[in-house]
Design a protein around this ligand. Structure first.
Ligand code: CMC
Length: 391
């Protein structure tokens, strides 16, 4: 059957060399380009982190200003996108729309683009980081039946996005700076996570030399699943279903019962076996943000009770299952009035910065090869064809 190592789910295979993100799952360490996530969360901004991931170093003031200008310059969408988005059903899931729209960008930026040229690759990365929030907001507004808004390029990245989402023509948007700061922080925490399923997908597609917009669309596809980025949406649905702290024990018992097919969403991680450092930051932030925004969400009580009960339970202790990045993020998105089906889109906006950084790193790597895993064949031995009337 071949002499390959069988590594179901790639638990022990390094698929590439990368200088972008470091994780030590046992110690709960996450660093982007050597900078601890805790320090970036406290002092940096999402756009600065995007620059860091792409370029390897923190920018000087001048470099940052020029990067932010470049991004602002590329936030607009071609008018033809309006027709494209108008073709979706009114109730289409925004992740499906985002995936389709990004895929269609490959048709806008393909024929005249030579992605062997590092400058063209850089431009594609800038375009992607710039346009994904515009597309995301357009998906939301389309689902609401609202007219699309132009990006206001005098605003900074996250505030610009919130304006595109929520602004209505008749009244100026009352933007709470706490909301923008909270979203910026969530974007920093979601920006990159080395060879997770979606980033590995982007690299796999990138390894064939495919168009960069097609690569990122494939990343969105992989992110959507509930075992990956779709977990944030699934957590909120789960908390709603549990409904009150009194029902928490039932949920724990159901998650322990393999027959039930139910898992505690927002719990467990392939790499983190002690704690997820992002979850630790988000947990603290959730109390603070809800407090500052004056939001009293009963789901927070459900989440806290669920976490407490799971962390005391032998099933979760033995399997080293802790809350992950997605356990509390949905409660914050909800407090920011972002609808549940947009949660994974928020993750995608942030992760686009990581995806493009990995794509750039891969394309510049002289050692890069097409991704082509082998398999352990478990099918029939050789047998002879039987005519249809003899079967
Ligand atoms: N609830 C109940 N049991 C669980 C859970 C959970 N959330 N997660 C893992 N287990 C059990 C699993 O049944 C298995 O038990 P046993 O050893 O008895 O067969 C054991 O723990 C190991 O699980 P696994 O599925 O082999 O672990 P994995 O590394 O393949 O999966 C995971 C990691 C994140 C997919 C999984 O923990 C999970 O499904 N979690 C819920 C979904 C979720 O929150 N995903 C977001 C991940 S973080 C953000 C991101 O990556 O996008």
């Amino acid at each position: 059957t071949g002499c390959f190592t069988y590594d179901n789910g790639f638990t022990a295979t390094a698929s590439c060399k990368s200088a972008i993100t470091y994780i030590d799952g046992d110690a709960g360490v996450l660093m982007y380009r050597g900078y601890p996530i805790e320090q970036l969360a406290e002092h940096s901004s999402f756009l600065e982190v995007a620059y860091l991931l792409m370029n390897g170093e923190l920018p000087t003031e001048q470099k940052f200003a020029s990067f932010a200008d470049d991004i602002a310059h590329h936030t607009m969408l071609h008018e033809a996108f309006k027709q494209f988005i108008g073709g979706f059903r009114h109730d289409a899931h925004p992740m499906a729309m985002l995936m389709g729209m990004l895929g269609s960008m490959a048709s806008f930026y393909h024929n005249n683009h030579d992605y062997d040229d590092p400058e063209q690759r850089h431009l594609a990365a800038i375009r992607l980081i710039a346009k994904v929030p515009t597309i995301a907001a357009a998906c939301y507004r389309y689902s609401m039946g609202w007219p699309l808004r132009f990006p206001r390029n005098n605003l900074e990245y996250v505030t610009r996005f919130l304006h595109m989402m929520f602004e209505v023509p008749s009244e100026p948007l009352q933007m709470n700076p706490v909301a923008a700061k909270a979203l910026d922080l969530l974007f920093i925490l979601h920006a990159d996570h080395e060879q997770n399923a979606s980033t590995s997908t982007v690299r796999m597609v990138g390894s064939t030399g495919a168009n960069p917009y097609a690569c990122i669309a494939s990343g969105v596809a992989a992110l959507w699943g509930p075992a990956h980025g779709g977990a944030n949406e699934a957590v909120l649905k789960m908390l709603n279903e549990i409904g009150s702290p009194a029902n928490v024990q039932n949920a724990i018992d159901k998650a322990k019962d393999k027959e039930s097919g139910f898992r505690l969403m927002g719990f467990g991680h392939r790499v983190y076996k002690n704690f997820d450092p992002r979850a630790k930051i988000i947990r603290e932030m959730t109390y603070k943000v809800l407090n500052e925004l004056g939001v009293n969400d009963p789901l927070l009580d459900v989440a806290m009770k669920l976490e407490e009960a799971a962390l005391k339970d032998d099933y979760f202790i033995q399997r080293k299952l802790y809350p992950n990045v997605d356990f509390y993020s949905g409660i914050i998105y909800k407090a920011l009035k972002i609808p549940t089906d947009m949660f994974t889109v928020m993750f995608a906006i942030a992760r686009t910065s990581g995806w493009v950084a990995h794509w750039l790193e891969q394309q510049a790597d002289p050692e890069q090869k097409i991704g082509r895993p082998r398999q352990i064949y478990v099918g029939h031995d050789k047998r002879d064809y039987v005519a249809i009337d003899k079967r």
